[in-house]
Design a binder for this molecule. Structure first.
Ligand SMILES: *Cc1c(COP(=O)(O)O)cnc(C)c1O
Length: 368
């Protein structure tokens, strides 16, 4: 089957041009463009409500939010994390002067396997940083009980989990801190952006200071901060996008259903299923090609020939990045399940406006 137009793995949602213009119009009156402006305040409140988060701080991107969370919690030493993630998670740990210790993943949810955490804990361990991969929530209960037993902090990389809830509890409520990314490719975006959610109100002042050069008063700089503030144009984009989010997720859901109709029960193809009692956000459509008539790389090439971009996500594992060559503890062989998944998984195109006939073409290209 010939696909007429190129299909990318994702396509950013946008409000109408008019809606965005209307939202930013008053910025030409106020000339307040950044530093906790009016839009920033509105978005913070809207998101607190949407995510059911007690405390929330906005950032110019998700990655810096993660680095500032590590700094604000004063983490040192070793942080137990997963290699099956985007570069950001591991880079944030290392750039903050901490050492990542890699834990293998669960073969069904692709999230950190809590059974394998305890044996990685040493006297240097200060935190666990798991990832809600593809919006699949980690085993938060077991992770928390390990953290409590060993007095460790938990920071969730929830970049994929915006809008996900389990048993009525929003993903924003687990661990000490959760980070959400609002990058243009995510389910909800502010072009670039992100936030931290947390329960400890005392963190708010510290986080607000750290993301603004450590400035604590008109004539006082009390901590060693940097700059990670969200500006008013980003916040305005978020305010608009949030209005349409439920509809966007519903449209993504229809695409996901079509994929399931076409690809389930095919030998050697494993689809991701929604976890029990979970409200999904349909952020990604990962497919594991394991024992299928074509390898993952062959499927990737077949699709590319038809103008369809899939993504080897996450591949390679972060513990095999060339920038860490020769560093102790960076060994993909030590996380064999993650290694297997990384070499067999492909995320297929998924966005709200992906036409169902395009989903059919994609599936035919895979199956033919
Ligand atoms: C997108 C993403 C990030 C980084 O977020 P940015 O907003 O792009 O900085 C971190 N972790 C994961 C798992 C992501 O997917």
């Amino acid at each position: 089957m010939i696909v007429q137009q190129k299909i990318n793995v994702t396509r950013s949602s946008l409000p109408s041009f008019q809606e965005y213009c209307k939202e930013i119009q008053d910025l030409w009156e106020t000339r307040w463009l950044t530093n906790a402006g009016v839009k920033h305040k509105v978005l913070e409140d809207d998101l607190k409500e949407f995510l059911v988060a007690k405390c929330l701080t906005l950032y110019t991107n998700g990655h810096l939010a993660l680095e500032y969370a590590i700094q604000a919690l004063g983490l040192r030493g070793e942080i137990i994390t997963t290699p099956f993630t985007f570069a950001s998670t591991t880079q944030a740990i290392i750039r903050s002067g901490c050492t990542p210790v890699f834990c293998d993943i669960d073969p069904l949810t692709y999230t950190m396997d809590p059974q394998k955490i305890e044996c990685l804990i040493s006297e240097k361990t200060t935190a666990i940083m798991p990832v809600h991969v593809y919006g699949n929530l980690c085993n938060v209960k077991e992770i928390q009980s390990i953290a409590d037993k060993f007095s460790l902090k938990v920071i969730y990389d929830a970049a994929h989990a915006f809008g996900v809830s389990q048993k009525g509890i929003s993903a924003a409520n687990f661990g000490d801190v959760s980070m959400f990314s609002f990058h243009a490719t995510k389910v909800f975006h502010t072009i670039e952006g992100g936030c931290l959610t947390y329960h400890d109100e005392a963190l708010t002042k510290r986080l607000d200071e750290l993301k603004n050069f450590g400035i604590s008063g008109p004539e006082e700089v009390s901590s060693i901060g940097g700059n990670a503030k969200m500006n008013e144009f980003q916040a305005a984009m978020g305010i608009c996008n949030l209005r349409h989010l439920d509809a966007e997720i519903a449209k993504r859901g229809a695409v996901v259903s079509r994929y399931h109709e076409r690809l389930s029960n095919v030998k050697g193809i494993r689809l991701n299923s929604v976890q029990p009692e979970t409200k999904p956000n349909h952020a990604y459509f990962p497919v594991l090609f394991d024992g299928f008539k074509y390898t993952r790389d062959e499927v990737f090439e077949k699709l590319a020939k038809e103008g369809i971009t899939a993504r080897k996500y996450f591949y390679p594992l972060t513990n095999s990045f060339t920038c860490y060559n020769g560093m102790e503890g960076f060994d993909p062989d030590a996380t064999p399940i993650a290694q297997h998944v990384a070499s067999h998984i492909l995320t297929l195109p998924l966005y709200a406006d992906l036409a169902l006939r395009d989903v059919d073409s994609i599936c035919s290209a895979i199956l033919d």
